[in-house]
Structure formats: structure tokens, C-alpha cells
Design a protein around this ligand. Sequence first.
Ligand code: ATP
Length: 385
Amino acid sequence: MTTETSHLAAPVVKSFSSTQGVALRSVTKKFGSFTAIENLNLEVAAGTYCCLVGPSGCGKTTTMRMIAGHEEVTAGEILIGDRRVNHLPPAKRDTAMMFQSYALFPHKTVWDNVDFGLKMRKVALAERRIRVGEMLELVGLSQLSDRKPHQLSGGQQQRIALARALITRPQVLLLDEPLSALDESLRLRMRGELRKIQQQFGMTFIQVTHGMDEAMSLSDQIIVMDHGHIEQVGTPSEIFHKPASQFVSRFMGDNNIFEGKVAHIASDTNRGDLIELEVEGMGGLFCRGHASQVGAVGACSIRADLIHLSTQSSNELSPHPNSIQARITAIELTGYVTRVSLIEEKTGQELLYKVRSDDWLQSSLREGQLISVRWSAEECVFLPH
Ligand code: ATP
């Protein structure tokens, strides 16, 4: 795969006249006796860039395929704008789907691949010429219109697939892992270009991705799914700073999670209740959030970049609500960031610390050292069971 250098051209295609959102109401999908999606409710507002994330098999692709009309719903309804589309075939839903494999026609030229959707809709030849020309200019591939897909790089094929999906001016563009076949640098660039196109057209984009960083950088809204249901819907910032469950916190990665029982709740409607969680072997840890009652099982989560390490023992340091002793077990320099693995002394729980590599190299901490680990209750999030 060669690396692309060209960027998207200035928009020559006018913004689409109107954009519509998508709603799923109590949608269930069964494959035989297996329930892939259960009573799913979701709302994607018009003009939103929404990413669906979740572990393999959680139902992301099935959800997209039901919206596109490639899969029938077993129960519930799908709305595009205020139209119930359950009964409509894919071509009548005003959606377009861009597949992971791009699904380009191998024997057709770039031009004919992009033209295909318009031809099927019996758009007049003169108009097709203008629209295909504009679209190829938009994705920066006008010069390659006579080539066949196998004569294109991965990035160029990806752009043709995007042009082909956009040419019919769908209300909603569904993208199933559109960047997964690209190398790292091209993926980063295409991310920016997808976002630019979505904003230029003000379209509704719904994208399946495995990469949390991709979802974070692209989305207005992230939907985290697990086992056919939604765990959390929120902005990237909400998901990052306030994971709603242990599942989301673990799925995000790079969070330290401690399980325990709620020992005390001090009500605070502004910042969230101050909760003391009794964690076996570590005592009381403090966090913010909303717990149903004292005695409830729960957990707290602190991001790996928000813990602080010190060589001083707990006795030497001033009393601190969240303070434990841990040993450094591994140090991994990964470029800008260094990842430090730790193991808590009494319980053996593994922890992760993330720090700027420059800061780490200036510290005197070394593998094997026993150190104090502290973090603020304000940055520690309570996670209900
Ligand atoms: P991945 O990230 O691996 O692509 P996903 O989240 O997109 O996974 P889906 O492809 O939507 O997951 O599949 C959801 C569940 O439904 C899985 O358990 C899958 O095996 C099952 N499934 C999907 N399509 C069918 C089918 N046609 N027949 C039977 N089961 C299916």
C-alpha cells in the first residue's frame, strides 16, 4: 500500500439540502433463537458524527445493517427523520453504507464505480457527468478516473468507496470500520478528512470502529455497546471523564479499577456525592458519583495518568484519602508516553501509571522499587455494580 500525500480539495459539491437523524425504538434482532440485539433504544441527532464501539460480537454491525435495511428487525422500529423505514428496502432509506472491504466493482473504472449509484437511479447523463466529476474532485482523485480499483493504493480505494457512498447524497452515511485496512499514518489523515466531509455536508455519520482513540477523535457522540445493549451514550469527554459502568471503564482501557462496598455517602448535588468505598486489603478509598445506598457493591476508577508516585512511605507523607503502597514491576517507553506497571503490596492488584516520557526520565524511580501511589478523590469516579 502506498502512502497518500494529497488532501481533499475545497468543496465543489454543495451541502446537502437537509439532514436527518436516526432513532431506534425498542429494537430487537434475533438470529434463530439467538438474540443479537435486545430492546435497543438510541437517538442520533441530525448532523451528528456518531461512533459505535464495543467488543467483538456486541452487535455494532448488526445495528448498522438494520439501519441501512440490509437486515430486518425482529421487533421495534427504525426511524430516519420522522419516517418509519422498517418496511423500506436499502435504496429507499436515504442511507448509504461504506463497507470495511470497500466493495468496489473490480472491473469498473473509478469513474464508473462512482457513477454506479446515479445510473441505478436513472439520473440523466449530463447531470451524472457533473456530479461524478465534482465528487472525484472532492476526494482528490480526478486524475485517476480511468483506473481500475486494483491499480489504486488502499487510501485511494478508500476515497473511491467514500465518493461512491456520498454521490447519492444520502441523509445518513453508515461506515463499517472504514479505516481498518489503512496503515497508521494514512488512517490518521483519513480520519481528519472524514470529519471534514461530515462537517462540510452537515450529514449524519454513524461509524463502527474498534479503536477508542478513533471514536474519541471523530465523534460528537459515542455509543458503547456490550452483548446487544447500550452501556453508555455520551460525548467523548463524558465517556472519557465519567465512564458510567465498570464495563465502560475497562473497555476504555488505562483505568485503575478497585472493587468494594459503599461504606459512607456524603451527599453533594453539585460535584456528585463523596463516596467511601471499602476495598478489601486497601481500606477506604474515596471517589465521586452516585451510589444507591451504603452496603451496595461497586467500584471506583482512576485514570492511569491521574495517579501520582512517590518514593516516600505513607508514614512520611501527610495523610491522604487515597494512598496505597505498590511495587514497580515493568516500565515500557512507548514514545511520548511511558507506561509503568505496578503491583499493590497487600492485595497483588495490578495498576498502571502513564506519564510523559520526558518527565519519567527525569524521575529517579526504577523497576523493583516500593513506592507510594496517591490520587485525588475528585478525579476518582464511582462505578455502580
Ligand atoms: P465485530 O466487532 O466482531 O464486527 P459486532 O459488534 O459488529 O462484531 P455483529 O456482527 O453485529 O457484532 O454480531 C452480533 C452477534 O450476532 C454475534 O454474536 C454474531 O455471531 C451474531 N450474528 C451476526 N450475524 C449473524 C447471522 N447472520 N446469523 C447468526 N448470528 C449472527
